[in-house]
Design a protein around this ligand. Structure first.
Ligand SMILES: Nc1nc2c(c(=O)[nH]1)N[C@@H](CNc1ccc(C(=O)N[C@@H](CCC(=O)N[C@@H](CCC(=O)N[C@@H](CCC(=O)O)C(=O)O)C(=O)O)C(=O)O)cc1)CN2
Ligand code: MET
Ligand SMILES: [Zn+2]
Length: 755
């Protein structure tokens, strides 16, 4: 029985990788120095894992930006438009794919399965070939620094193909990967790698017969043509082609026994487990933070040993630990019962060690640890705020009428048009404006108690006032207050709502150097004070243009937090929706005429398995309506979702019954426009005309061209003009200039339309 890890958080306990990346991008760190320091970080992570008892050490899971980009880059999948950068060295080229470069659009960012992590979408313009082997380099670094023979971790060909775009025929694409992958693996074997972990999370999706056959072909080929021992690793759900995968000649199969527990175990019982393979048993949760029920996990492992002999069993996390913060140890401000009930990456590895000790040396050797874990879980259940009877009563008393607006969309549209009197192609933004270093440092000083609440508030008010003037001067039609008071759109609301706790340092990588600090939703949620009224109505008092109120929706609050497991998500969503409903009523009373409820996580929260989707789509749309349906017909409800690939959720979007929807379109929106047209989407729509995640400015003409194409599908009175997403990560000059160009593009189009 051995302890194996699938991947470790790369960002660093104190976000060391973030600081190194940003220093390098700003030219404050030379390439050589940068490389030296990031490899030091990687080495620290290895040492930590070994110290925590990891016996099979992942190498090559560390990445300078993204692990999907790493594989695409290794295979030379570099789009033509980056050619001018090829002479600038591989590091510059690598980051250009991720972030764009002067006049060159970056690769698209997309959500990694159903997580809040973004990967870069590989674009197939060239034939894949083995261009470099970062896994080999990592293997050698680990060998040299620690004398350890690590287990290289790489993204599998099937998943890579599924996540890519730009090939004509998926079968041919997959086939073209065979020989470069074999070459890559062969180099690892030659260097002495005993095992290679090949990640194929796409094997938990619903697969078609030809896809399964293609997977069989791939692994038969790779095993026949290399001497490599493959741990075929799946996660994020149950394997959808269990018997076929078990027949593959790979040396091991890794199963997620947390999120895919029920079906994976049913398959195990039905088909058994092959005698010639190692079972990688994903026992501790890599996606959520609640301490493992060690007793239950022990029972599970004992049960597994009736299918697999203990020497063929690896104890593992359910997926890479990338999605967890590094350690609970540094958290000082949490209620003790809560802190004690948590387990981040390091604590997960400790849990695996306890399991192994109990199984190999007898439970008595770790009796105290096992009891401790049970007590902690019980204390959490007894925590104040875990169950709030008034909240439960309000949810169970809900009637149908609370879920429907008083007047249907077509009639509302008329009323709103009269009341708001906006020009065609109205211009607006998604909510946040740049969070300047000054703002961040003032917030940090406020948090440390160095400046008073009043001073902090005063600064926020000045920012709001300054940006109301900027927006008016630019000529935007619907203004926003700018969200300066929010460190993050989820964390901010979590801080004000009962039922959530915040960590001090629980950072998780979102993309590249950008991180989020997911709140912990441990109790019943309710609103004890207004959330956004002060800032929104202050902004409205400064202008005669409508100011749009901005809130975060129930699905997003849930998806971007670490959520309790003792209550159904549907119930949690209704609790949050009721809090928002009260807030929206108050905003309306204060004269706010447009309210946007952001649901950027709506698409990623869609279950990976089709059979689970209808139920999700039903309750999530219902929660949105519960939050928003109480308003007057003339109050306009917007929602925002910033990720393309919305086709699956388009019908549900109608079910949410919003008046206007804004969605991402800038990094590849043509398909979306076509889909929306095909579905006969009839609400107001704002298609993001520029990419807020790239540091490069779009041209006015480009935006205008894009909009004219959209106008072939949508009439001008339903089309809004806005960026892809919030502008908080941009520099102020960039944001202002981009918005000027956007407004100019809208005006030129209006002129062309004669309006
Ligand atoms: N939760 C969530 N998920 C999301 C998104 C989102 O907005 N929120 N958007 C998408 C992803 N996009 C993202 C866009 C930007 C950032 C982002 O900018 N993150 C910031 C952190 C934001 C934050 O909480 N900032 C804190 C400050 C945290 C901090 O580093 N403070 C310094 C001090 C700063 C100083 O003294 O100047 C420190 O403590 O050391 C604040 O504003 O208060 C970062 O990585 O840099 C993250 C995700 C999808 N998922
Ligand atoms: C990730 S969606 C962001 C929406 C939010 N209102 C903002 O503008 O930042
Ligand atoms: Zn967004």
């Amino acid at each position: 029985m051995r302890i194996s890890n699938l991947g470790y958080p790369r960002i660093g306990e104190n976000r060391e990788l973030k600081w190194l990346l940003e220093a390098y991008w700003e030219g404050k760190l030379e390439e050589e120095d940068f490389r030296k320091r990031v490899f030091q970080l990687e080495e620290n992570h290895w040492r930590r894992q070994l110290a925590l008892g990891v016996e099979i050490l992942p190498v090559g899971d560390f990445s300078l930006y993204d692990h999907v980009l790493d594989m695409a880059f290794a295979l030379g999948l570099i789009p033509q438009r980056f050619e001018p950068l090829e002479k600038e060295g591989s590091l510059k080229l690598y980051f250009a794919l991720a972030r764009g470069a002067e006049g060159i659009r970056a690769c698209a960012l997309k959500k990694w399965f159903d997580t809040n992590y973004h990967y870069l979408v590989p674009e197939w313009e060239k034939e894949p070939r083995l261009a470099s082997n970062p896994y080999l380099e990592a293997f050698r670094r680990a060998k040299q620094a620690l004398g350890v023979s690590g287990k290289p971790v790489l993204l599998g060909p099937f998943t890579l193909m599924k996540l890519s775009r730009g090939y004509k025929d998926w079968r041919e694409a997959l086939e073209s990967l065979l020989s470069p992958y074999a070459a890559l693996l062969e180099q690892l074997v030659e260097a002495g790698a005993e095992w290679v972990q090949i990640d194929e999370p796409a094997l938990v999706l619903d697969l078609e017969r030809p896809e399964i056959e293609a997977v069989e072909k791939v692994y038969n080929y790779l095993v026949e043509n290399t001497k490599v021992r493959i741990m075929l690793q799946t996660y994020f759900g149950s394997l959808s082609c269990y018997p076929e995968v078990m027949r593959l000649p790979v040396a091991g199969v890794g199963l997620d026994l947390v999120s895919g527990r029920k079906h994976n175990l049913a398959n195990l019982e039905h088909y058994g487990f092959p005698k010639d393979k190692v079972l990688g048993a994903g026992l501790v949760n890599g996606r959520n933070v609640w301490r493992t029920d060690i007793k239950a996990a022990l029972e599970l492992v004992k049960y597994l040993t009736s299918f697999v002999s203990p020497d063929r069993l690896w104890l593992q996390p359910s997926c890479s630990l990338l999605h967890l913060p590094v350690s609970v140890a540094g958290e000082k401000g949490l209620p003790p019962e809560l802190k004690n009930a948590l387990s981040f990456a390091d604590e997960r590895l400790k849990e695996l060690r306890i399991l192994k000790e109990a199984l190999t040396r007898g439970e008595e050797t770790v009796r105290e640890e096992i009891e401790e874990a049970s007590r902690a879980r019980q204390a959490l259940d007894a925590m104040p705020g875990r169950v709030v009877p008034a909240v439960r009563r309000r949810v169970s008393a809900l009637g149908e009428e609370e879920f429907v607006r008083s007047v249907p969309f077509e009639e509302r549209q008329q009323l709103q048009a009269e009341k708001l009197n906006l020009s065609p192609l109205p211009t607006t933004t998604i909510g946040s404006f740049p969070q300047t270093p000054t703002l961040r440092s003032i917030r940090a000083r406020f948090r440390r108690g160095e400046i008073s609440k009043q001073e902090y508030r005063e600064f926020i008010r000045q920012e709001i006032a300054r940006w109301i003037r900027i927006q008016e001067e630019i000529g935007l039609d619907v203004l926003v207050h700018g969200e300066f008071e929010r460190s993050d759109m989820v964390e901010f609301f979590a801080a004000k709502l009962s039922g959530f706790a915040l960590t001090a340092n629980g950072w998780v990588q979102s993309y590249g150097s950008r991180c989020v600090k997911p709140p912990i939703l441990y109790g019943d949620v309710w609103r004890r004070e207004s959330l956004t009224v002060a800032e929104t109505s202050y902004a409205q008092s400064l202008t005669s243009k409508p100011v749009k109120g901005i809130l975060t929706g129930p699905v997003t609050m849930i998806k971007w937090s670490f959520v309790r497991e003792d209550l159904e998500e549907e119930q949690i969503a209704y609790q949050i929706a009721l809090a928002l409903r009260d807030e929206i009523a108050e905003l309306e009373k204060e004269g706010i005429r447009i309210i946007q409820v952001d649901e950027p996580a709506f698409r990623e929260a869609l279950p990976l398995k089709k059979r689970e989707r209808p139920q999700y789509l039903l309750w999530s749309a219902q929660a949105f309506r519960l939050a928003t349906a109480g308003v007057k017909p003339e109050t306009q409800i917007h929602t925002h979702m910033c990720y393309a690939d919305l086709e699956e959720v388009l019908p549900a979007l109608e079910g949410m019954d919003p008046d206007v929807v804004s969605v991402e379109a800038a990094r590849g929106g043509a398909e979306l426009v076509e889909q929306l047209g095909r579905h006969g989407f009839r609400r107001g729509i704002g298609l993001g005309v520029f990419d807020v995640h790239s540091p490069y400015l779009p041209q006015e003409e480009e935006m205008e061209r894009f909009l004219s194409r959209v106008l072939e599908v949508f009439p001008p009175d339903r089309l809004w003009v806005n960026p892809d997403c919030g502008l908080k990560t941009r520099k102020e000059e960039e944001a202002v200039e981009a918005l000027r160009r956007m407004v100019a593009a809208a005006r030129r189009l209006r002129a062309r339309l004669g309006r």
